[in-house]
Design a binder for this molecule. Structure first.
Ligand code: BG6
Length: 496
């Protein structure tokens, strides 16, 4: 197996203090701590790295460390394989939690931020600070404002001050704009790192490498050769314990303007002039700006929403969405959405893009399937072959990561008969992929100031701009809510 070259070849991030708001939350324990541990194992965290956790509970650095200790042991054991058998690399783990501090305080109070500032000034690592907002979305604006008021966003003597903001970034176009305004009244755009964790996935990053690092598909990457594109993010999980959040959000807001549009823009964007953050983000923004607006009746025709009913997913009984904990029994929140988008530009004129995502579906599957135009079949007609074998390029994002091509091949025998065959590449056959959370690259990139994998203000608003008319039409025109049984492939209406 080949080594995990990319991480080993990278330079360690500059020393900094990571200030985590929401340090006692699920995200910190499940994803951030394991990601920091991996960065440390790969030699990418400097000795001077430190953490200041911020929370309301009465905790001490020691009790927090004990919680994280348990979490990291669980992470290592769960991943199995070499990682589990080697156990926790104690030296690497010490570099993560060796300098752990805790500020107990209410984020609504200025005193909390004064105290954070005092601890930052007292630290030995210089004044580089990365604030991570791992909190409920309604707190993003207020925390950034307090950071500004306490003077913590000021970059002095070459030190950086940066803020990582989790999703959801806004609930609709208006709230996203207003949050951007608030954030940018305190910070420069270069100080803001808006997370979309799909961009932390290697296979998502590979879309660009595949398209622009290889010459053979680019000449075919347009309306002359491509018939249509299907982007699917099917999940087997339901709403789990997130009923309150999910019922107020729904599949469209939760998945489409962010995760699905990352896949969509990476496939549809023009080649950037460089791999620089702004060059790439400019090209993505142009795709969203060229999407034909889905207004009124068009939205009702070209966007389908649905809710799951009781069923069985992977052998487990799933109740009706409306019977899930913390979900309104008369809820009209969609757990599935499918939509057809058109991009009005020269590359894609006339090529439909079908996007769909849903919860409690038959199997977990995130993939991009590109169907190429049919070959002229005259050659085979004489031989009595009229079966059309579509040519597909499939980028399998997760699970079972890989890329495959499907095409027709002659079935051996005296008759000319075509059958569909697959030529495939699987990541696991070629690369040794360390068990990771997907947050490693994102945290590291924020530390080195590379915003390529983060959303710029206009990317966020561009995404909302596309889905807002659909949300409005659904609300105003009482669009039908289709149903699909949990464990099925989604509603019939979506196929139509
Ligand atoms: C999150 C959504 O952003 O992404 C979840 O809020 C969803 O509802 C998740 O399940 C999917 O991410 P992943 O990495 O599990 O595919």
């Amino acid at each position: 197996m080949r080594p995990r070259a990319s991480a080993r070849e990278a330079e360690p991030a500059p020393p900094c203090t990571l200030v985590i708001f929401g340090v006692t939350g699920d995200l910190t324990r499940r994803l951030l701590m394991p990601a920091l541990y991996n960065l440390s194992r790969w030699g990418l965290l400097q000795e001077g790295f430190s953490i200041i956790g911020v929370g309301r509970s009465a905790m001490t650095p020691d009790s927090l460390r004990a919680e994280f200790d348990t979490a990291i042991r669980g992470f290592v054991a769960d991943r199995g394989g070499d990682l589990a058998s080697q156990g926790v690399d104690e030296a690497a783990w010490r570099r993560v939690v060796g300098r752990l501090d805790y500020v107990q305080g209410d984020i609504g109070e200025a005193a909390t931020f004064t105290e954070i500032g005092r601890r930052l000034d007292a630290g030995e690592v210089g004044a580089n600070a990365l604030f991570y907002l791992a909190v409920a979305a309604q707190l993003f604006g207020p925390i950034v404002r307090r950071i500004g008021e306490a003077g913590l966003a000021r970059e002095q003597d070459g030190a950086f001050r940066r803020v990582i903001i989790e999703k959801p970034f806004g609930q609709d176009l208006a709230s996203a704009r207003s949050l951007n305004r608030d954030v940018l009244s305190v910070l420069r755009e270069e100080q803001v790192f808006r997370i979309d964790h799909f961009l932390g996935k290697e296979t998502v990053q590979n879309i660009m490498a595949f398209r622009f690092g290889n010459g053979f598909f680019e000449p075919m990457w347009n309306r002359d050769r491509i018939d249509h594109v299907q982007i699917t993010v099917a999940e087997t999980v339901g709403v789990e314990r997130r009923g309150t959040f999910y019922d107020a959000t729904g599949a469209m807001r939760d998945m489409v303007p962010n995760h699905l549009f990352q896949l969509f823009t990476l496939i549809a964007m023009e080649p950037p002039v460089s791999f620089g953050a702004d060059a790439i983000r400019d090209r993505k923004e142009e795709v969203l700006a060229a999407v034909r607006p889905l207004d009124g009746e068009v939205a009702i025709r070209d966007a389908v929403r649905a809710q799951y009913t009781a069923g069985t997913v992977e052998g487990r009984a799933v109740r009706d969405y409306r019977a899930e904990p913390d979900v309104d029994p008369r809820s009209t929140t969609e757990t599935f959405v499918a939509m057809k988008l058109a991009i009005d530009n020269w590359r894609w004129g006339g090529v439909p893009f079908y996007l769909r995502t849903g919860k409690s579906m038959r199997r977990r599957d995130t993939e991009i399937a590109i169907q190429f135009r049919q070959a002229p079949l005259a050659l085979f007609r004489e031989a009595g072959v009229d079966v059309q074998v579509p040519n597909w390029l499939v980028l399998q994002i997760q699970p079972d990561e890989g890329i495959s091509l499907q095409f027709g091949a002659k079935v051996p025998g005296p008759r000319v008969k075509l059958d569909q065959v697959t030529m495939g590449f699987k990541y696991r056959d070629h690369f040794q992929v360390d068990p990771s959370t997907g947050y490693e690259t994102l945290i590291y990139d924020a530390m080195i100031g590379d915003a390529t994998l983060f959303q710029r203000a206009d990317n966020i608003e561009g995404g909302w701009q596309v889905v807002q008319p659909v949300l409005d039409a659904w609300a105003a025109l009482a669009a039908p809510m289709a149903r699909y049984a949990a464990g099925s492939a989604g509603p019939r209406e979506a196929d139509a």
